[in-house]
Design a binder for this molecule. Structure first.
Ligand code: ZN
Length: 441
């Protein structure tokens, strides 16, 4: 299995810059919950990992929802009487409210005003707005841009289409030894927003790349979907097999400079919740564990009571709590290679816990085995050597077939990777056997 230690620090610097570069290549695309922007994005992901693209027709009933019409946009602007574009979609795709219906008219400013959105507190930033389920049109612009508008007639144009089509999502399945699955889900429906959208998408893509071709205990399913409606659609189409998901993570907002936040699944004590908490405890960065709440990202759907899947949400900054959220300031400068690399590293470590966590049985349970005779007591002295010996003693003591390695890492406050390494070493000397093998004998 992938071992975290295979990823050296120097590799991480390179991974960080590759992650940022991948996000930068996707940044200009005008994505929405349907349409060619998300298709183009999935195409770029498909260049790196095996991705199956699904197209679900408009009007398809998915639980209490209906797959909406498909939205596409080519151009949009507000033009001053002289012909100059004072608001230009070609400068930023955030300038158009997502799902705006087409419009082409010359209107006085007071009739345009109800369709304009700004952020007065951050007068240079463009807000991000959507109107998926109510047909309307609108422009988003910086407050300073709006203050420059005069009381004259402007030509407004949104060259969009909103018609029957498809909802598109991408699915990457990596088969492991078991049909039990780990779900990694991220939304791919935001236009030029970096932390909220591209950070999760980039890390998920690289994680799939990292796991691809390895001998895996679990099967892995990566979903690149439009937020909310995409998760609902996937769950509706996979209702019978969703129960194979044993562990899951929604990845979002993992590129900014904040420490980590992990929001627990609705169950609150799922193995993924404990694995994430254990990794974050020892990762060397600030972190906070949050209880489940029925708002946020697609964990809302996976953790709806009918499914109640063990899916948590892994973030750095929490949605809605940072001023750049859903504005043009959530740009490529807001996400940093070092943060993306740290998030990737943490995800790999969480996967390592899931892959390696199992119960063992001490084969020499009557008093401590003599470690020195087996070269397992080390020369002592160094802090790390002491830690390794401690880990071996903990693993031997608690491996009674009832405690998993994760139980031992939690109780000993020694990192999972050190505990797991101790179990491997002890197994090689015959002092420890995996529980399943013991049961089989
Ligand atoms: Zn968002």
């Amino acid at each position: 299995m992938s071992n975290l230690k295979e990823i050296e620090r120097t590799d991480l610097a390179e991974i960080g810059s590759d992650l940022h570069g991948f996000a930068a290549s996707l940044y200009p695309i005008c994505r929405s919950i349907t349409g060619n922007g998300i298709r183009q994005t999935l195409g770029r992901i498909q260049d790196r990992i095996p991705l199956r693209i699904h197209e679900v027709p408009t009007g398809t009933a998915v639980f209490d929802w209906i797959v909406p019409k498909e939205w596409n946009i080519r151009d949009a602007y507000i033009k001053a009487p002289g012909g100059r574009r004072v608001v230009d979609f070609q400068q930023s795709n955030l300038h158009v409210m997502s799902y705006s219906t087409p419009v082409h008219a010359t209107l006085p400013l007071n009739e345009i005003r109800p369709h304009l959105f700004t952020i007065p507190d951050h007068p240079d930033w463009i807000p991000y707005r959507t109107s998926y389920y109510e047909e309307d049109w609108g422009f988003c612009l910086s407050h300073n841009q709006m203050l420059e508008l005069e009381n004259v007639d402007y030509e407004v144009c949104i060259d969009s289409t909103l018609e029957d089509g498809h909802l598109t999502y991408g699915e990457c399945y990596l088969a492991g030894r078991s049909q039990d699955e780990v779900l990694i889900s991220c939304h791919a429906c935001h236009p030029s927003l970096a932390n909220d959208n591209l950070s999760g998408l980039a890390v998920a893509t690289f994680l799939a790349e990292h796991l691809s071709g390895r001998d895996l205990r679990y099967s892995y399913r990566f979903l690149f979907i439009p937020g909310t409606i995409g998760a609902i659609t996937w769950l509706a189409q996979n209702r019978e097999t969703a129960g194979r998901i044993r562990h899951g993570l929604v990845l979002t907002c993992i590129g900014d400079a904040s420490g980590f936040h992990y929001k627990k699944s609705r169950r609150g004590d799922a193995e993924i919740d404990r694995a994430a908490a254990c990794v974050l405890r020892d990762c060397g960065e600030a972190s906070e564990i949050l209880d489940f709440s029925p708002y946020g990202y697609d964990e809302r759907q996976y953790c709806s009571p009918g499914f109640n899947l063990p899916v948590g949400c892994f973030m750095r900054s929490v949605w809605g709590t940072f001023p750049e959220y859903h504005t043009s300031a959530d740009n490529l400068d807001f996400i940093q290679p070092v943060s993306l690399a740290g998030s990737f590293h943490a995800c790999v470590a969480i996967v390592d816990v899931l892959e390696e966590n199992r119960k063992y049985v001490n084969q020499n349970p009557f008093c401590e085995p003599q470690l020195g005779r087996r070269n397992l007591y080390g020369s002592g002295g160094r802090e790390s050597a002491r830690r390794e010996i401690d880990a071996r003693l903990w693993v031997l003591n608690l491996s009674d077939g009832k405690h998993s390695l994760l139980d031992i890492a939690e109780r000993s406050e020694i990192s999972f990777s050190t505990i797991s390494k101790a179990a491997r070493t002890l197994s090689q000397t015959g002092l420890l056997s995996p529980l399943s093998e013991v049961a089989a004998n």
